[in-house]
Design a protein around this ligand. Sequence first.
Ligand SMILES: Nc1nc2c(ncn2[C@@H]2O[C@H](COP(=O)(O)OP(=O)(O)OP(=O)(O)O)[C@@H](O)[C@H]2O)c(=O)[nH]1
Ligand SMILES: [Mg+2]
Length: 194
Amino acid sequence: MSFHLQRVLATAYEIKQIPLEDVPEIVVAGRSNVGKSSLINALFKGAKPARVGKHPGKTRSINFYLTREQFIIVDLPGYGYARGPRTDMERWKRLVEYYLSHRRVIVLFLLLVDIRRGIEQEEEMLVHTLKKMKIPYALVLTKIDKLNRNELNQLRTIITSKAADIPVLAFSARTGDGKKELIQLIERSLKVNA
Ligand SMILES: Nc1nc2c(ncn2[C@@H]2O[C@H](COP(=O)(O)OP(=O)(O)OP(=O)(O)O)[C@@H](O)[C@H]2O)c(=O)[nH]1
Ligand SMILES: [Mg+2]
């Protein structure tokens, strides 16, 4: 099970480059280096359209990937890169807030969290915004291949209990663990909104 890339619809560094397609969107967001681009690449069969970086801050633009299944996967730039200029969070906020407030069709917002870091202040703020805007979201715990089963279960339980009533998935781009559940969640979100 995978999705197929039709084409890269847009690479937006600025507000005016954000496309306004009337197609449902799945958003992938999270801290810099959390694994957003890797997760997106893992969802596609064949194509690996998103750039993956050793150095945090690789994705600076909002990237829109149109799938043959007729929805868009959105790769948001990462936030919270400590060594970046202070104005980065401001720039990020402006671009992303504009994007969120001018979208009609976000069917699912995937908030990625490194399982070893868990939910921090930035994620709490984001969740607050998503709730306010009534955007459906789920937490995706990334890089689970870095833990053994015990550690994984322990951390997953802690994070899930904090997340209360929202779906929590665990995923590894390296091993493909959790990919099936992720694709099912995306498909369900698309159907609910069809
Ligand atoms: N072990 C492991 N490494 C991963 C996984 N996913 C991503 N990585 C690594 O983490 C680093 C960052 O991955 P990216 O996919 O570029 O992360 P990103 O969230 O898109 O980063 P920015 O675009 O900089 O915000 C890369 O070195 C990846 O190879 C995973 O599931 N397991
Ligand atoms: Mg990236």
